[in-house]
Design a binder for this molecule. Sequence first.
Ligand SMILES: NC(=O)c1ccc[n+]([C@@H]2O[C@H](COP(=O)([O-])OP(=O)(O)OC[C@H]3O[C@@H](n4cnc5c(N)ncnc54)[C@H](OP(=O)(O)O)[C@@H]3O)[C@@H](O)[C@H]2O)c1
Length: 305
Amino acid sequence: MARILITGASGLLGINLAMEAMRDHGIIGVDRGKLKSAPFPVIKANFYDRHVFIPALDNFRPDWVINCAALTNLEECEKHPGQAKILNINLARDLAEDCMKRKIKLIHLSTDAVFDGTKQGAYTEEDEPNPQNIYAQTKLAGEQAVRDAYPQAIIARVNFFGWSMSGRRSLAEFFFNNLSEGRNVNGFTDVIFCPMWVTDLSRILIRMLENNLSGLYHVVGSQAIDKYRFGLEVARRFGLREDLILPLSVEDSDLTARRSHNLWMSVHKLSTDLGCEIPDFSTGLDGFYTQFQQGYPQKIRSYQQ
Ligand SMILES: NC(=O)c1ccc[n+]([C@@H]2O[C@H](COP(=O)([O-])OP(=O)(O)OC[C@H]3O[C@@H](n4cnc5c(N)ncnc54)[C@H](OP(=O)(O)O)[C@@H]3O)[C@@H](O)[C@H]2O)c1
């Protein structure tokens, strides 16, 4: 049993990772005040204060740290690049330095969006990133800062879906919420990605730590799909109306941050180093649906203030 400190414990990944990891490990979450009655201990900290997590590292003495805290809203990053820099770069660097000094294993979360999406085929860890918006630029700089400070840290480029505390954090929730209310939504036909169910992602991150991996990995679902078709699959799985989803090009949307068209990522390195198949989003969608039937979304929502 390891002691795991999870930053961003109120976020989409943080809360689901904590719920999954606490089956076998000791968890402590770091949160800036949203979590009220989580089934694991929580430290309150705002990462705009530099080195605020040092007492947590020294008092809890975790074996592993998983950094899920970030400024993830692309439009907010465009509006507040200074905040994006503090959370996505400075926090990553400071945490990596502090973990390195204490010999604590670290996973830092990054994004598939570091690529410009112009490649024909799947991106590997060897491909050159070319971020297209402030979020992706700061996430790439965060990767570099972690690599410089702590070369043995794991950097995981991810993309995932699941149930969140707010009920509004993931693309699957976006389709589910709107279609359940009978509302039309746009689905981008020209954005390809490799979504992974957040519980599958959580299990794989833990396995990467158990297997002593280090360095850069693409940790996404093994199947590429466009966002419009992803919406259709969610609708089908939940028995909702597919015709409410309107196919649209992302170029015709009113989003300000530039999006990459092809975020098809190879998971060959991950699959080889872990010695296992990487789950695809179809089986993940079954898990996401089963959680819905079991009242999991209401359960995690009840943990917030
Ligand atoms: N979701 C995806 O598909 C996706 C795709 C690519 C990469 N990623 C990466 O995966 C990681 C987790 O993403 P996510 O979707 O779980 O993000 P999220 O739901 O937006 O969660 C971000 C977490 O960071 C916390 N945070 C933000 N500002 C903070 C501050 N000043 N002090 C302390 N905590 C702060 C948030 O706390 P509050 O709840 O209080 O705001 C929240 O717990 C991130 O590194 C993200 O870049 C996610």
